[in-house]
Design a binder for this molecule. Sequence first.
Ligand code: SF4
Ligand code: SF4
Length: 88
Amino acid sequence: MAAQVAQIDATRCSGCGRCISACALQLFAFQTQNWKKISVMQNVDQCSGCGECVARCAIGAVKLHQKPVDECIIPNGVTTTPNDQLRR
Ligand code: SF4
Ligand code: SF4
């Protein structure tokens, strides 16, 4: 998974569909929420972070965000979580 992944702000999305046509990996699809058509991301794990969808969205409703850090591998090879690191 890329260091950054796209994320849509559903409250801003106008449902224009430009991000859908921009994504070569076809990670977006239309969905209806509260009687409003919006774009939603599917299979976010496959996002390459290329930014094409961000460039195509005229209203800034899709942005790249740092991917969540679920776990870290410290030098002795032990896998731990960021919260474990803070407790040490
Ligand atoms: S390009 Fe922007 S406004 Fe249009 S569907 Fe995608 S996120 Fe929504
Ligand atoms: S950043 Fe690239 S791969 Fe990820 S959703 Fe946008 S267009 Fe698709």
